[in-house]
Design a protein around this ligand. Structure first.
Ligand code: SAH
Ligand code: ZN
Ligand code: ZN
Ligand code: ZN
Ligand code: ZN
Length: 534
């Protein structure tokens, strides 16, 4: 990508209602920016897919579209929706659960819970038989994470992170969680809910049939239950995700098929209503939104959606509070997130993933995860575990990584990556230990840089913290090194890649992950925007 040239997202340009639709809901309006940072032409493209092979929607803003083409487009959009409605999925689930275990079969190729009448069609597919009921409670473990598809990676939290988040949410007193793109957290929350329900059923049946059990309960169990109930009140959660496979496992109250880049609810109107009800009912039960969106770009689109979510919640609130949010994202997006949400702060906690080599926690010399939690909660209320190496800084009034030292001059714990940083008196800020102050460039840089060149930053996300090859988005990196370089491509044109399996096809149609082939908002056009807005 030529420096200075790029693509910029235009929100609130009166586009909203007039934006054409792709299979992923209303498209977003973008502007091409040329080398001299001038806007050239505007166009609509898919909000969810950065890759042409997932969604090749493209339309110039002022393009005339014939009626025939509109009809064809509508038909195509319809054809890309899930094969069943959510209601049908729920009915199928209920039937599935009622089957004897030997008849409970999950088709791995189609990622579908099969009913006896489907068996014929799936005989040649890979299947998982004897599905246990408890497996249905953690669909994120049953469903293949969309990971080996280059564009559809799903990065699931490591159990440690998931437990940490849930304990934190419970200890902060939240009784409800809106999970936006966090299916694993949803499942753990649901498990907690089930545990409590089962406990109640076993021991506390009001008709007295549980009495005997209560008598047999040893005291400490009772105490535990009391504590459990007091500290861990039943947690309600709702999952919003573009991965419609979850409709198979969750009711319409628990799951909405949703696109977080354009705040679009798929399917019938009832999906939006379920969300609205979840956000506004049981007033007084504190609610928090936890989101872990695909990384790479479009921070502004996400923020736009999250503000709409918060606005829905606000309609039910008397006080002028903000909806508490945990937004999980890499630390180098901090400036852009804070620009959208000035009340947010970034916590030092390193979020770990199961299936991502680069994001695993860094004790024992492994690479540290660059993924953090951004929140509008008071940082000092979010206690980070000492046993994982976090400490409290009484000056900053927040928990920080143990290597993150308080700089007297900056008056803050300045490290962003969890490693030690040092203060540069010329730049008047703290920088990584591996950097030095270069007289020629007159700022701090890596030792092996080329003087006077463009700021050595990441080609993919614009961060100056790392190079392209270290970008957390390995997928992007593969894409760029293996395939066409972005500047060779015209408006997102991608080589058509053959789709291998049916489930891939389905998944690709409906879901996107941590992937990005092309930065739509370059760091530079971003900086320009900043300047403009000042
Ligand atoms: N760490 C999380 C998963 C994060 S991966 C966990 O363990 O629960 C990103 C998630 O966002 C995936 O579940 C993916 O299906 C979802 N997602 C991707 N693009 C989306 C979009 N446009 N709208 C809504 N959800 C999306
Ligand atoms: Zn699309
Ligand atoms: Zn400093
Ligand atoms: Zn310096
Ligand atoms: Zn230099």
């Amino acid at each position: 990508m030529a420096a200075g040239a790029g693509i910029e997202l235009l929100l609130n340009q009166g586009a909203g209602s007039t934006a054409p639709l792709c299979p992923h809901g209303p498209t977003l309006l973008f502007a091409k920016i040329n080398r001299r940072e001038q806007e050239t032409r505007r166009f609509y493209a898919c909000s969810a897919c950065r890759d042409r092979k997932d969604c090749n929607f493209f339309q110039w803003e002022n393009e005339k579209v014939s009626v025939a083409r509109l009809l064809a487009r509508e038909e195509f959009n319809q054809s890309r929706q899930p094969p069943f409605t959510h209601k049908q999925y729920v009915e199928r689930y209920q039937y599935f659960v009622s089957l004897p275990q030997v008849k409970r079969i999950f088709c791995l190729d189609c990622q579908l819970l099969l009913l006896p009448e489907d068996w014929d069609k799936h005989t040649s597919h890979q299947q998982l038989g004897n599905v246990f009921l408890h497996q249905l409670k953690r669909p994120s473990k049953l469903l293949l994470p969309l990971e080996n598809k280059k564009t559809n990676a799903q990065y699931l939290f490591a159990d440690r992170t998931c437990q940490f988040l849930l304990d934190l949410i419970v200890s902060l007193g939240f009784g409800k969680v809106l999970c936006v793109g966090t299916p694993r957290l949803m499942a753990v929350g649901k498990k907690l809910f089930l545990d409590v329900t089962i406990f109640r059923l076993l021991y506390l049946l009001p008709d007295g049939s549980g009495e005997k059990c209560v008598a047999r309960m040893v005291l400490h169990e009772l105490i535990k239950l009391r504590q459990f109930e007091k500290k861990n009140p039943v947690m309600k959660s709702q999952l919003l995700d573009i991965d419609f496979r979850y409709s198979q496992f969750y009711s319409e109250e628990e799951f909405c098929h949703y696109n977080m880049f354009n705040h679009h609810f798929f399917g019938e109107k009832s999906a939006f209503e379920a969300f609205q009800t979840f956000m506004c009912q049981d007033n007084g039960v504190p609610i928090i939104m936890v989101t872990d969106p695909p990384f790479g770009g479009l921070v502004e689109a996400l923020a736009h959606s999250f503000k709409k979510i918060a606005a829905t919640w606000k309609t039910s609130q008397k006080e002028d509070d903000e909806l508490p949010i945990f937004w999980i994202f890499p630390y180098f997006f901090e400036p852009r997130i804070l620009q959208c949400f000035p009340t947010f702060s970034m916590l030092d906690y390193q979020v770990d993933y199961d299936n991502h080599a680069l994001y695993k926690h860094g004790n024992s010399g492994r690479k540290q995860s660059p993924v953090r939690i951004f929140t509008n909660l008071l940082p000092k209320t979010v206690i980070l575990p000492a046993e994982e190496g976090y400490r409290y800084c009484s000056l900053c009034q927040r928990y920080v990584s143990s290597a993150n030292r308080h700089c007297e001059i900056c008056q803050a714990c300045t490290s962003k990556d969890g490693k030690e940083w040092k203060h540069c008196h010329i730049c008047n800020k703290c920088v990584k230990l591996s950097w030095f102050h270069c007289e020629t460039c007159s700022h701090c840089v890596l030792r092996d840089h080329s003087c006077g060149g463009a700021r050595s930053g990441c080609f993919i996300c614009g961060s100056t913290d790392h190079k392209r090859r270290e970008c957390p988005d390995t997928l992007v990196q593969n894409k760029i090194t293996e395939k066409s370089r972005p500047h060779k491509r015209k408006h997102f044109k991608m080589n058509k890649k053959d789709v291998t399996t049916k489930s891939e096809q389905q998944a690709q149609a409906m879901s996107t992950g941590k992937k990005k082939t092309m930065k739509r908002i370059t760091a530079k056009s971003k900086r320009k925007k900043k300047r403009k807005s000042k």
